[in-house]
Design a protein around this ligand. Structure first.
Ligand code: NAP
Length: 245
């Protein structure tokens, strides 16, 4: 069975590194993005130049209809879906809880939580043997901040990642007998646009290895969890934090 995997938020950062690695391992990849078409097209071009298969597919993962359309497009153009990487996410404004407005809370949870659950739903509907599918795997990209809590700068973000951890714990058990493995990776600070150069420099000192992660280092764990090498791994959370717990 050939692997067809959707990676949300694959135009940049961890998602882009994951899309490229998966393609090099034989996955046909749906490279999702929300607004940065040029970056998504560049990821697809790099994959196809190396002999892989990929398409760029625009969808705001907070938009249910757009997510459903994305799954239909990828299925039509690349074949039956076997994998999902729930990677798209935002940091939100740097703030304390007593500074948050309800609209910004809802917007962050729409992307970081609701979007991931809706993507997982669409993946399960297609991959579950209960629905006539062939099985598959889902990886939720959480964060070490789910346990650290991010006081003073991003409790809301940490809350959203805690919810993703629970999604894995529950959904992994719900669909384990239907041929689907669901797992989490929890990266520490990673060298992408998200944290920004200033925070990367400041945080490196708090990490036992003395440096932040590179996106390709997170991608390796995601690719492992999607692969048959992880055939008995379900409901797991792999912390990738350079020694930071
Ligand atoms: P990034 O460099 O900021 O890239 C974000 C990606 O998500 C982009 O491809 C962006 O698309 C896409 N995106 C944003 N909002 C979206 C939406 N509503 N619908 C669809 N796509 C959307 O992020 P990153 O650092 O690689 O982070 C990836 C994941 O890892 C996130 O879930 C993040 O929380 C998690 N994480 C990151 C770190 C870190 O330090 N970087 C640490 C722990 C966990 P466009 O290019 O079109 O904007």
């Amino acid at each position: 069975m050939s692997n067809v995997t959707i990676v949300t938020g694959a135009s940049r950062g961890i998602g882009a590194a994951t899309a490229k690695l998966l393609a090099s391992e034989g996955h046909a990849v749906g490279v999702n993005y929300v607004s940065n078409k040029n970056a998504a097209d560049a990821v697809v071009a790099e994959i196809t130049a190396a002999g892989g298969r990929a398409i760029a597919v625009q969808a705001d993962t907070a938009d249910e209809a757009a997510v459903v359309a994305m799954f239909e497009t990828v299925e039509t153009q690349l074949g039956p879906i076997t994998g999902l990487v729930n990677n798209a996410g935002i940091n939100g404004r740097r703030s304390r809880v007593d500074e948050l407005g309800a609209d910004e809370i809802r917007r962050l949870l729409d992307i970081n939580v609701t979007g991931c659950i809706v993507c997982a739903r669409e993946a399960v509907k297609r991959m579950s043997t209960k629905h006539g599918g062939q099985g598959g795997a889902i990886v939720n990209v959480s964060s070490g901040s789910a346990n650290l809590g991010n006081p003073g700068i991003g409790v809301l973000y940490a809350v959203s990642k805690g919810a993703l951890n629970s999604l894995t714990i529950g959904l992994a058990q719900e669909v384990a007998a239907e041929g689907i493995r669901v797992n989490t990776v929890a990266p520490g600070m990673t060298n992408t646009d998200m944290p920004g150069a200033d925070r990367i420099k400041a945080q490196a000192e708090k990490i036992p290895m003395g440096r932040v992660a590179e996106p390709a280092e997170i991608a390796e764990a995601i690719a492992f969890l999607l692969s048959d090498k992880a055939s008995y791994v379900a409901g797991a959370n792999i912390r990738i934090g350079g020694g930071r717990l």
